[in-house]
Write a protein that binds this ligand. Structure first.
Ligand SMILES: [Ca+2]
Ligand SMILES: [Ca+2]
Ligand SMILES: [Ca+2]
Length: 391
């Protein structure tokens, strides 16, 4: 079973690598990324401070969260040339602010510190929020731990917030962590909507639907029980895969007991309920390479890139728990237009560079800009890059 599963994961990696190709373009002041043919990467913004998660509002203002010092900056591309040249401190003094969502004029933001959610808006056009509310009170969801960032998404009726595993794998079950919580938009009727997730830092609705999707960042040291140590870990290097999950009410996604398509984690193989847990597990909609460290992603709603509408673009921060450095990339996930399910994925930008021990860039998040181009943030260079069609 394990050998067969390894083979499946390995074949997925081979398929992905075979699709990758160079031939794309890199603009001025952009490092030598490996850009897929048909795409071009240019510099969209720099000099604004740390770059983590992003959200765009309906006017094209780009918001970037900065957990340290606890700030959201607002950037604008007034002349629409793809370079964001104006900036303002939209929200300050919100410690560990991270994931954001835009809806109906408000920027909603969670923080690793307060376990609640604030919302803010700029009513006079100076880029600074002058209307700030505590949308969900502090302590609404568990805080801190090793993976403290909380994804957020809203529908007309509900708000959903993700809570990660505070460690590599915590065995408590049922658990108040490792979940998606749902609240009514008035903050009432809190419920545990889905469970068994390790670290889903961003949530998004698939365009035209109320389907909630999340990219789950898998655990480390899978082969530890068999004596693997870093530098020689044929099991851990390939398992567990990073998961793209469609989040549905009541679903259990396996963590920490199973990963990928119901691969049992060795630490839990002897649990008397392991078969029951496997049966209960909803497998991921798509699996990426192990340790790629999936963080942010966006669906594409516009027609700018041919054939891309409805696809998903994901940012992978890159590995530490892998003998060979992997991840460090922007990946396109192709969605079937009829079924609304993923059927393939391909790298469009590789950011590792020529020295794997010193990657050029570590992508964190990506968003679709107003013109349909893709922006991705990097917290190594603290810059925003823009992916457009090549000339
Ligand atoms: Ca500009
Ligand atoms: Ca203002
Ligand atoms: Ca899973």
């Amino acid at each position: 079973m394990l050998v067969r599963s390894l083979a499946i994961v390995f074949s997925l990696l081979i398929a992905s690598a075979a699709l990758a190709q160079t031939g794309g373009q890199v603009g001025a002041n952009v490092p030598p990324f490996d850009v897929r043919k048909g795409y071009k990467v240019t510099l969209a913004a720099e000099g604004f401070g740390p770059a983590r998660f992003m959200v765009l509002d309906d006017k094209g203002t780009l918001y970037i969260s900065q957990p340290q010092p606890g700030k959201i900056v607002a950037l604008n591309d007034k002349d629409k040339d793809g370079v964001y040249e104006t900036r303002a401190d939209f929200l300050t003094g919100y410690r560990q602010v991270h994931s954001m969502y835009f809806k109906d004029g408000w920027v909603y933001a969670t923080s690793a510190d307060d376990g609640g959610c604030k919302r803010a808006r700029d009513t006079n056009g100076d880029g600074k929020a002058d209307d700030v509310e505590q949308f969900l009170p502090p302590g609404s969801v568990p805080t801190r731990g090793g993976h403290p960032f909380r994804g957020i998404v809203l529908t007309d009726k509900h708000v959903f917030i993700s809570v990660s595993d505070p460690g590599n794998l915590s065995a408590d079950y049922p658990s108040a962590n490792k979940s998606i919580y749902r609240f009514d938009v008035d903050g009432k009727n809190k419920m545990q909507f889905a469970t068994g997730l390790r670290n889903t830092e961003k949530l998004a609705l698939r365009p035209g639907t109320e389907e909630i999707w999340g990219l789950d960042h898998g655990s480390d040291n899978f082969g530890g029980k068999y004596g693997e140590s870093k530098g020689n870990q044929p099991i851990t290097d390939l398992i567990p895969g990073e998961e793209l999950n469609m989040i549905t009410e009541g679903a259990f996604y396996g963590h920490p007991f199973l990963s990928n398509n119901r691969i049992v984690r060795p630490e839990f193989a002897d649990r008397p309920d392991i078969v029951e847990l496997a049966a209960k597990t909803t497998p991921p909609a798509w699996v990426f390479g192990a340790h790629w460290s999936g963080l942010g992603f966006t669906f594409l709603e516009k027609d700018y890139f041919p054939q891309h509408k409805g696809d998903l673009i994901a940012a992978f921060h890159g590995s530490w728990n892998s003998t060979l450095k992997v991840g460090y990339r922007i990946e396109r996930v192709l969605f079937d237009k009829e079924t609304g399910k993923p059927y393939g994925s391909q790298q469009i930008v590789g950011t590792i560079g020529s020295n794997p021990n010193n990657p050029i860039a570590r992508p964190v998040d990506c968003v679709e800009a107003a013109d349909g181009s893709i922006l991705f943030s990097c917290d190594r260079t603290n810059k925003i890059y823009r992916i457009s069609k090549s000339d």
